[in-house]
Design a protein around this ligand. Structure first.
Ligand SMILES: [Zn+2]
Length: 78
């Protein structure tokens, strides 16, 4: 994945998590659990920041790491 596509994925996932956070703020018990899930995902994604050439700085593996693959599959392409 190149750097531009990775940035687009990061923005799309961040947008999704932001929408969930706004929904969570509107409800009570479910909102607490949604906020917990969003916080966990933001923490996990924060450990896998985008690096040069579309790589993950956390994994340093070539291509998109499994964390971003899952986030993209569930939060953007779903
Ligand atoms: Zn990673």
């Amino acid at each position: 994945m190149d750097e531009i596509l990775f940035r687009a994925l990061v923005e799309a996932v961040d947008g999704y998590l932001g929408r969930v956070e706004r929904i969570a703020a509107l409800s009570s018990e479910a909102g607490i659990e949604l906020a917990r899930l969003v916080g966990a995902w933001r923490s996990l994604l924060g450990q896998h920041p985008p690096a040069r050439r579309g790589r993950c700085a956390g994994c340093r593996a070539p291509g998109m790491c499994s964390v971003w693959q899952v986030a993209g599959a569930w939060f953007v392409r779903a």
